[in-house]
Design a protein around this ligand. Sequence first.
Ligand SMILES: *[C@@H]1O[C@H](CO)[C@@H](O)[C@H](O)[C@H]1NC(C)=O
Ligand SMILES: *[C@@H]1O[C@H](CO)[C@@H](O)[C@H](O)[C@H]1NC(C)=O
Ligand SMILES: *[C@@H]1O[C@H](CO)[C@@H](O)[C@H](O)[C@H]1NC(C)=O
Length: 277
Amino acid sequence: MRLFLAHLLLVLLLLISSTTCLDNGLARTPPMGWMSWTAFYCETDCNKHPDGCINEDLYKAMADQIVIDGYNLVGYKSVHIDDCWSEMERDANGVLVANKTRFPSGMKKLAKYMHRLGLNFGIYEDYGTKTCAGYPGSYKHEKVDAETFAAWDVDYLKLDGCNIDEDLMPIGYPLMGKELNATGRPIMYSCSWPAYLINHPEKVDYNVIGKHCNTWRNFDDINSSWKSIVSIISYYDKNQDKHIPTHGPGKWHDPDMLVIGNKGITDAMAISQFTIW
Ligand SMILES: *[C@@H]1O[C@H](CO)[C@@H](O)[C@H](O)[C@H]1NC(C)=O
Ligand SMILES: *[C@@H]1O[C@H](CO)[C@@H](O)[C@H](O)[C@H]1NC(C)=O
Ligand SMILES: *[C@@H]1O[C@H](CO)[C@@H](O)[C@H](O)[C@H]1NC(C)=O
């Protein structure tokens, strides 16, 4: 009888964990790669900025550079598109479409390009009705978007949190996690969930967030200034007691991008940021 109870308990525990955990086996160490935002933001004018606009050539060039310089050999294994990649409207079936002038080969081909170089391919969406820059968001399109990303062979999704009621976040972020899991493709899942609750820390439970996301932004967007770097360092300093027990393999706090190499960042600032991150 006791054995039976123990067995039942184990089954129950397994059931609970399988229905509440992300459990995709990814991000055993903190994910590292290259992301475009703080260098190129939402620059979509490719006539004016042919070498610095959000298009497929930019991501291919960065992927090439990662391999040429050997960053991949020390762990920087992914290239991430940020906001402003899609067309302003979904297609007739509600499917997201990459901007056809800036991504003429399409996302699946771009993913293939990364994979041939041994790199992972990351994409950006937003849980709200629109992304932060006003492109179509995933709200009420979670399933089709997860399926689209899986069909494009995406390896990583950054899901931002603009244009949605903060009280919906505990519903929306787990829902997208569930839809990603349902595609059968392991897709690393980065949530901006707590970063939108900075003013309501009582609503942030990292033990819950860690069950649904591989990594999450805690705090403000970084930018290429010392003030920004210091504000993030100070935030992490103050919140260590809350952060340390709630991270580990598969679930990481994300202090946002390294801005090393950007205009305005001196060597001393770069060394400081790199050391603390
Ligand atoms: C989906 O979740 C189940 C149960 O947690 C897990 O075993 C499986 O590996 C996950 N699949 C993907 C593709 O993430
Ligand atoms: C695609 O991007 C270009 C800017 O590079 C923009 O002019 C065009 O309107 C975009 N197309 C759609 C359908 O959003
Ligand atoms: C950069 O971040 C700092 C600190 O959060 C903020 O005060 C400043 O306004 C930001 N600058 C820009 C250009 O967004």
